[in-house]
Design a protein around this ligand. Structure first.
Ligand SMILES: CC(C)(COP(=O)(O)OP(=O)(O)OC[C@H]1O[C@@H](n2cnc3c(N)ncnc32)[C@H](O)[C@@H]1OP(=O)(O)O)[C@@H](O)C(=O)NCCC(=O)NCCS
Length: 363
């Protein structure tokens, strides 16, 4: 048995073959087409395998993301495609591999690691906790929007530059290139819905599906609220059945507009998050508070606890996972009943942090 280690370039086809057999049994495409940035040869150093006599037994991949938000620029290690061969499960391979991914995320100066799973207890043992926020809307019925002069299309052949221009206008987004956008646009099972101005400019876009995942879910979108609402109405009419739109909590104007329609709104978590460089993240957060004129923010890690608060209104937090919730939410600082009202008001200026990861970046 060898590893956890990165595969050699020559081993990549064999690793992908293992993943396709284990995770994409019924798919006609390779998993590499679903996650073009994670499984590219320039992310090989972030893939981890355990192998024995030339066979891959276990795997996970980490993709570092730079996420820009108004207060903080995060470095996030997204972890995915975690799998162990059936015959070798329960021997600690995935645990070893994930710990090695976390070590690598720490060494690469990630603030946090994130992953998407329904095996909550498995990842809790490694210090991950459900955190961050996601709001989703099931669009139950057709709806009307004020008349608007747009042309709608379901043609996937859209220039990545046009998508990128609207994507770049988001207040929270990952650093992407146009070339990466081009690769994302050709992910199998992706539907691209667009709205065009009479002058031929892209006014709004919405992306549904991503390989084996997110069918019936709009996981990426861009454009102004009124144009997006017109596009969402078009999509509902096109599909003739309900579909779901995923939104960040801070998309307050879009959320308000959607709430006026016949929708079912659900609150969820962004993912499972683990702190990997607390001091670095704390320094970024404290800088953000200082920029808001709050100089006496306290956010310190001690050997067995954290100290958190403003001025003299301080609180001891014993669990790292509680700290994750205080920083990324969901959290109601007033409802907690531990901080003074004036402290809660100050904390809410920056916290919970507006972290968001668009669908194409999830792995
Ligand atoms: C989940 C999975 C990756 C674990 O791999 P593994 O190499 O067996 O993991 P480890 O040996 O490190 O850990 C196994 C432990 O996790 C526990 N575990 C496995 N599945 C679990 C689950 N669904 N919920 C909670 N714990 C689970 C096992 O009970 C075992 O605990 P034990 O050591 O106390 O007996 C593996 O079962 C797998 O490949 N499953 C199919 C693919 C999959 O679901 N991947 C997850 C995508 S996020």
């Amino acid at each position: 048995m060898e590893g956890p280690r990165s595969p050699l370039e020559a081993e990549l086809p064999q690793v992908l073959d293992f993943l396709n057999k284990k995770l994409r049994t019924d798919a006609s495409w390779s998993i590499a087409a679903e996650y073009p940035t994670a499984f590219s040869s320039n992310n090989l150093h972030n893939m981890r395998i355990i192998a024995d006599e030339g066979s891959v037994l276990s795997h996970a991949v980490m993709k570092p993301l730079i996420i820009k938000s108004p207060h903080v620029i995060f470095k996030v290690g997204a972890i995915g495609s975690v799998v162990t061969d059936d015959q070798h499960q329960g021997q600690g391979y995935s645990t070893q591999i994930i710990k090695d991914c976390l070590k690598s995320a720490t060494e690469q100066s990630c603030d946090i690691a994130i992953l998407w799973t329904d095996l909550f207890d498995f990842y809790r043992r490694m210090g991950f906790e459900l955190a961050g926020s996601e709001v989703s809307f099931v669009i139950e019925e057709n709806f009307d929007v004020p008349p608007i002069n747009l042309r709608f299309s379901t043609d996937n052949k859209v220039s990545p530059d046009a998508i990128y221009r609207l994507y770049a206008a988001h207040s929270v987004n990952s650093v992407r290139t146009i070339e990466e956008t081009r690769k994302f646009l050709s992910i199998p099972q992706t539907k691209v819905y667009t709205a065009w101005e009479p002058n031929g400019q892209l006014a709004a876009y919405a992306i549904e599906g991503k390989g084996a995942d997110l069918g019936g879910y709009i996981h990426e979108w861009g454009g102004s609220v009124s144009k997006l609402m017109a596009l969402f109405a078009f999509i509902r009419a096109q599909k003739d059945q309900p579909y779901t739109i995923i939104c960040p909590r801070h998309a307050t104007n879009l959320i308000q507009a959607l709430q006026t329609k016949d929708v079912t709104m659900n609150h969820g978590y962004l993912g499972m998050i683990k702190l990997v460089n607390f001091d670095q993240l704390a320094a970024k957060i404290k800088r953000a508070f200082r920029a808001e004129g709050i100089a006496d923010i306290v956010l310190e890690k001690h050997p067995n606890h954290f100290v958190f608060g403003v001025g003299q209104d301080l609180y001891t937090i014993n669990n790292e996972t509680d700290m994750v919730r205080l920083l990324f939410g969901p959290v109601d600082f007033r409802g907690l009943g531990i901080f003074k009202e004036e402290t809660a008001i100050k904390l809410e200026k920056i916290l919970p942090l507006n972290l968001w990861i668009w669908g194409w970046d999830s792995i």
